[in-house]
Structure formats: C-alpha cells, structure tokens
Design a binder for this molecule. Structure first.
Ligand SMILES: Nc1nc2c(ncn2[C@@H]2O[C@H](COP(=O)(O)OP(=O)(O)OP(=O)(O)O)[C@@H](O)[C@H]2O)c(=O)[nH]1
Ligand SMILES: [Mg+2]
Length: 180
C-alpha cells in the first residue's frame, strides 16, 4: 500500500515518501532527522508520542515520523509502519542487553501482513567505545534471513551526534524511491 501511494504520487510529479523511524527508547531516533535538517546536535528528550519532519534530498521529499521507543508506545510501530514506504530502524549499538528486545519488536513488525516497506537500519552511536559492530548486530538480528523486504545496513554504522554516515542511508532510501 505504501509503495502504491508512492507510485501514484510520482505519476502526479510529486516525489513524496512516507518514512517511519522506529527503535527502542534512547536509540537516537529523534536525533537523526535533526541532523538531516540542521547538521547539528539538537538536545532531545524522550518522545512521548511522535514527531514528523520533512527532509528534502534533491527532488525527493521524505516525511519522517519518529515514534517514541518506550515500551508502551511500541504497539504504534505496526499502525504507522503499515502505511510507510520506508522504515528506518535505529539501534543503539551500545545497548547489547537490549538487542533481544529489538529483535522481538522487529519480528512483530515483520509479521504484520500490511507491511510493505523497505527497511534501512542504522547501527547508531558508533562513536562510543566498545559499541557493538554492525556484523554482531546483523548476525544477532538475522538480517540475512529477511527476504520479504528490501533492507540495507551500512557496514560502518553511524553516529547521529556528528551525522557521520547518515547521508549514505538517505541516499539509499532515495535510490529505493527512484526504483519504485
Ligand atoms: N554518543 C552518542 N549519543 C547519541 C547518538 N545519537 C543520539 N545520542 C544521544 O542519545 C540520547 C537519546 O537520543 P534521542 O534521539 O532522544 O533517542 P530516541 O530514540 O528518540 O529516544 P525516545 O524518544 O525516548 O524513543 C540523547 O542524549 C542523544 O544525544 C550517537 O550517535 N552517539
Ligand atoms: Mg525520540
């Protein structure tokens, strides 16, 4: 459904795409769109509902909705992700003990029939010493078994504080948007 809406919009000359940003609380979800918009660190506080920002890359407009990651808010992932063309899953690479929870939430989301989105995974907080590598994260989440949705995770991960390697993720979404 999400991709169909995207196609209809592009036929009408509009390159507008709905993106939903999910991930556990404190992963860095809110920091990422602010980096895209302002190229700087913006102080954040836990998101209690959702924020929407418009990010423009050349002629492609991404409407990015970021949902708070607290446990009580995670049920909203399915509601929002079923109408999204792209999902950005943000992982706190320092939170080894929370990776199982991320896996469980990811599985719930993937099991949802209405999900028709490509998935971009940001292994965030790579600036922190001893953070998990992208290989560890990818293996734990069994990403290679995710066959029903196009997905991408940069091998180097990213840092929302400096913006490092975030543009490559945005370009990946733009290439998906162009293909679709
Ligand atoms: N060291 C480091 N800290 C980061 C990075 N990205 C975000 N943070 C910090 O992590 C904390 C949480 O960031 P948020 O963007 O608010 O996290 P969130 O995922 O939106 O959290 P919720 O809204 O509670 O779900 C903030 O103090 C950020 O400054 C990063 O790449 N490296
Ligand atoms: Mg937030």
């Amino acid at each position: 459904m999400g991709q169909l809406i995207g196609k209809l919009m592009s036929i009408c000359g509009k390159q507008e795409h709905r993106v939903i940003i999910v991930g556990l609380d404190n992963a860095g979800k809110t920091s990422i769109p602010y980096q895209f918009l302002k190229n700087e660190v913006v102080p954040t506080c836990p998101t209690i509902c959702s924020n929407v920002e418009k990010i423009v890359l050349q002629k492609t407009h991404f409407f990015m909705g970021d949902i708070g990651g607290e446990e009580a808010l995670r049920s909203a992932w399915n509601t929002y992700s079923s109408s999204a063309e792209f999902i950005i899953l943000v992982i706190d690479s320092t939170a080894r003990d929370r990776l199982l929870t991320t896996l469980s939430e990811l599985c719930k989301m993937l099991a949802h029939e209405a999900l028709d989105a490509s998935i971009l995974i940001f292994a965030n907080k790579q600036d922190v010493k001893d953070s998990m590598t992208t290989v560890e994260i990818s293996q734990f989440l069994t990403l290679s078994a995710m066959k029903d949705h196009p997905w991408h995770m940069s091998h180097q991960g990213c840092c929302a504080l400096t913006g490092e390697r975030l543009p490559a993720g945005l370009q990946c979404m733009q290439s998906w948007a162009t293909v679709n």
